[in-house]
Structure formats: structure tokens, C-alpha cells
Design a binder for this molecule. Structure first.
Ligand code: ADP
Length: 478
């Protein structure tokens, strides 16, 4: 019961019902007009032609009586005998007092009686009158005129016409129009159901697709034929769903990669603690070695979580307020720190700087970018190689290049190295203490401030990373 009434409510409120109703209302208005206007116009035309002919006939009669100075039954009958009365149902002639002197009606003739019709009274007052009405399928017209002799009213002529023929024509027209309207109504009703259904079927499909995607079926697409607006909405919805699916896949991969990354050091810690606990008489030297390994794994865990937190902060879009930062002092500080690491590895680290290198951002962000790129360059270069960092301020912006002559990056991996957890050589990266998140952090940080980062292989081997920050407008950090 509940569902039935709900379905009914949905139908009354549905777009299909509204479309159907509007078609029907428009056509109903047209039909009402079709059934009234032509009839009115034809009626008016008939009225006007009746007025002409009847008044003409009355004028002819008045003319034939106009020579008489006084009207009597005899002289009126004589004068009227020569008048041709075509199509007139009844003619009355009265004297100046309204007494009927002549009547064409044979049965129930009014001769000798006083005619008290308003029209005759009006004529005796000197006015011409004409009235016409359409009733019961016939036109009834009445016309009167005074008869004058030397400007004196000596009587009146009254003509009455009953015309069922024109009435029948009009009725026929009315009947035909009604039949035509009934036919149009049936066709329009059928068409409005078909058309509104065709229109709402598309919307229904779109609605189903939206619901399915909302319920999690991200691969579902709306298939709407045609090129109309609804089909366009369908295409837009599909591309929106494409993006949603890509984002959702990336999120799933990220969660699974992150748990996998966290699982590895945790499993190692577990293994090392079990070994210590389960080995009897373990010598202190081995214990120290194992505990040192546990420490290293814990350190890796904290590096991963730190990087993950940094990425989450970047994803959330909440940025620390930017200010104008000179990159050079940050570069110098990073170089001082990295030179120790480079020295230890036997890698030569040099840097150059030129121009005004002020960018919009925070000191910490810039440090993170330079540190991650230089750390990678040193990490993935063998002993004896060189790492060159150059900073250049120009009119278009500030450019930072970190070039090494180490292993380089295979061409097929270049487009993917900025992805989260993507590593060319997993074992090598792990051994070097990498988390696989460094370059993602660099890319996201630079992008957030309107800059770009590119990776390429140098002409003589080794990788070259180029960061470009946009030029600050008018020195205004906002
Ligand atoms: P990781 O923590 O593994 O270094 P990154 O995101 O910083 O993660 O780098 C992703 C991968 O890109 C690295 O694992 C490495 O394979 C490659 N890579 C980055 N920088 C260099 C470089 N200078 N030379 C060669 N390979 C590099």
C-alpha cells in the first residue's frame, strides 16, 4: 500500500507527467480557440450580410410606399403587390399608430391588431433598426424602417427572416471542428505519452547510472544515444566518473603500497626480536648487532610516516602561508649538510648560483626540495662521480638544476618516477634508505606553488632534475 502510494506520488511529480501535461494543456488551449474563433467569425459574417440584404429589402418596400400620404390596408396591399419579397418570412406594415395594415402571414394574420414590437415602436419614432440572433441552429433577423411622407412618419415596415439553412451550415462546421478536435486530442495524447517517455527514458538512464556510480560501481558508464543536451550531460558524467575512477584507483594503490611499505620494516623488527628472545645464550655482540638493525628499521618506519604525513598535508591543500624566500641561503645550508654525506661516499658536490633567486613559498618547503633532489643524486651515484647543483634567477622565474653522472634513469621509467612509491630498483632504493616518496613530495610541493619539475637524462649519462618556480609578481608575495 505504502509503495503504491509512493509510486503514484513519484509519477505525479515526475518529469514525464509534467512534460505530458504541458503538451496537453497547450493543445487544449489551441483546440478551444479552434472551436470558438472560426464560429464567431462566421456568425459575424452572416450577421453582417443579413443586415445588408434585409435592410435593402426594407428600403425597397419603404420606397414603394413613399408616394402615399396616408397608409390604408388597400393602398399598402396594392403597393406591396409589386415588391418582390425574396427569402423574407414575414412582412408587416403598420400605420403611424402601430396598427397592422399588411401582414404576409396567412394563418394568424395580425391585420387590424396593434403591433407592439419594440422594433416597430422604434421605427415609428423615426429610427431604422436591425437585430439578428443565432438560436437553435437558425438565424433570426429583424429589420424595421419608418415610412415618411413629407417628413412626417406615416407608418413603419417590419421584415423578419428565419434562416435555418445558414444555421445548418454553421452547425455542420461546428460538428466538423469538434470531430477534428477529438481526432487531434487522441493523436496528441498518444504523441505526448510517446515523446515524454522518450525524453524521460534518457533522464532515467542517466539517473540509474548516477545511482550505480554512487553505490561504488565506478566502472559503470551512462550510455545515452543522440547529441542533445541530455546526451551531453551523459558524456560529462562519464568523464567525471573516469576521473573519479582514476582517483579511486590511485587511492587504493596508495593505501596498499603504504601498508606494504610499513609491513616490511615491521616484519624485520619482529624477526629480529624473535631471534633475540628465542636464542639461548646469545652473545652480547650479536644482540648489539640485532638491536642496531632494529633501530635502523625503526628509523626507516619513522621516515616513511614522516613522508606520508607530509604528502597528506600537501593533499589536503592546506598550505602554510607563503612569503618571499631567497633560495640561495637555503641552498648554501643544504650544501653544507650534504657535502659531509657526499664526502663519505666519495662523490664530489659543487654548486653555482646567479641572479635574484627569490621565490614564493616557505623555507622548509625549499629545503625539502633541494634536499630530496641532492640526496637522490648522491645516493644513486657511484664513488668518484660528481653532482652539480645550479641555481639561476631570471626574468621568467627561478630555475634549480641538480645533475649527476651516476646511473641515470631508464627512459621508460622517466614518466613514472614522480609517482608515490615508484622506484626503478626497489632493492637498491631500500638499501640506500629510500622511501619511494621523495620525488612525489618534490613534485607536489612545487606544483602547489605554481612551479614545475622535470626529470631527464644528461647527454653524458646521469640524471638531471630541473625545478622551475614562477617569477614573483611585483615583489608582492600574495
Ligand atoms: P627513493 O626514496 O627511492 O629515492 P624517490 O621518490 O626520491 O624515492 O625516487 C624515486 C626513484 O627514482 C628512485 O627509487 C630511483 O630509482 C629514481 N631516482 C631518483 N633520483 C635519481 C637519480 N638522481 N639517479 C638515478 N635514479 C634516481
Amino acid at each position: 500500500m505504502g509503495t503504491i502510494s509512493k509510486d503514484r506520488n513519484t509519477f505525479w511529480g515526475s518529469l514525464q507527467f509534467k512534460f505530458g501535461l504541458s503538451y496537453i494543456l497547450v493543445i487544449a488551449a489551441v483546440l478551444v480557440l479552434l472551436n470558438t474563433y472560426p464560429l464567431r467569425v462566421s456568425q459575424d459574417l452572416v450577421f453582417r450580410s443579413k443586415e445588408n440584404t434585409l435592410q435593402n429589402s426594407v428600403s425597397v418596400m419603404v420606397y414603394s410606399l413613399s408616394g402615399l400620404d396616408r397608409l390604408t390596408e388597400e393602398n399598402v396591399a396594392a403597393a406591396m403587390a409589386v415588391v418582390e419579397e425574396t427569402g423574407i418570412s414575414r412582412i408587416l406594415v403598420t400605420d403611424d399608430a402601430g396598427k397592422v395594415l399588411y401582414d404576409t402571414r396567412e394563418t394568424g394574420s395580425a391585420v387590424g391588431e396593434y403591433a407592439v414590437y419594440t422594433e416597430i415602436v422604434q421605427a415609428l419614432l423615426g429610427n431604422d433598426t436591425f437585430t439578428c440572433s443565432y438560436q437553435g441552429g437558425a438565424f433570426r433577423s429583424r429589420s424595421t424602417s419608418p415610412v415618411l411622407y413629407q417628413n412626417r412618419i406615416i407608418g413603419a415596415v417590419y421584415a423578419y427572416e428565419f434562416d435555418p439553412e445558414q444555421g445548418a451550415l454553421l452547425e455542420g462546421l461546428q460538428y466538423n471542428l469538434l470531430r477534428l478536435s477529438a481526432l487531434i486530442s487522441v493523436v496528441v495524447l498518444a504523441l505526448s505519452v510517446i515523446l515524454s517517455r522518450a525524453l524521460t527514458r534518457k533522464i532515467g538512464r542517466l539517473l540509474t547510472a548516477i545511482r550505480r556510480v554512487r553505490e561504488g560501481a565506478y566502472s559503470h558508464r551512462a550510455e545515452i544515444p543522440g547529441r542533445d543536451e541530455i546526451a551531453q550531460i551523459g558524456q560529462e558524467f562519464n568523464s567525471l566518473t573516469d576521473r573519479l575512477q582514476i582517483t579511486e584507483n590511485a587511492r587504493r594503490r596508495f593505501v596498499s603500497d603504504a601498508s606494504h611499505e610499513l609491513k616490511t620494516p615491521l616484519a624485520a623488527i619482529r624477526l629480529l626480536t624473535d631471534s633475540i628472545l628465542q636464542t639461548d645464550n646469545i652473545d652480547p655482540e650479536t644482540t648489539r648487532e640485532f638491536v642496531a638493525d632494529i633501530g635502523q628499521e625503526a628509523e626507516r618506519l619513522s621516515r616513511i610516516t614522516e613522508d606520508l604525513l607530509r604528502l597528506t598535508r600537501l593533499d589536503s591543500g592546506v598550505l602554510e602561508p607563503a612569503a618571499a624566500v631567497d633560495v640561495l641561503p637555503v641552498l648554501e645550508q643544504t650544501m653544507r649538510m650534504m657535502s659531509l654525506v657526499a664526502q663519505e661516499k666519495g662523490v664530489e658536490l659543487t654548486y653555482t648560483a646567479a641572479g635574484d633567486c627569490t621565490v614564493l613559498g616557505t623555507r622548509d618547503e625549499i629545503y625539502q626540495i633541494i634536499y630530496n633532489l641532492t640526496d637522490n643524486a648522491v645516493k644513486y651515484s657511484p664513488a668518484g662521480s660528481t653532482v652539480q647543483v645550479s641555481l639561476r634567477g631570471a626574468a621568467e622565474g627561478v630555475e634549480l638544476t641538480v645533475a649527476d653522472n651516476g646511473t641515470g634513469i631508464p627512459e621508460e621509467d622517466l614518466p613514472r618516477i614522480f609517482e608515490r612509491f615508484y622506484r626503478v630498483d626497489k632493492a637498491r632504493s631500500r638499501a640506500a634508505g629510500g622511501t619511494g616518496l621523495g620525488l612525489s613530495i618534490v613534485r607536489d610541493t612545487v606544483k602547489r606553488r605554481g612551479g614545475t619539475v622535470e626529470a631527464a637524462n644528461g647527454p653524458r649519462g646521469g640524471a638531471v632534475f630541473t625545478v622551475r618556480w614562477p617569477r614573483m609578481k611585483g615583489g608582492d608575495p600574495s
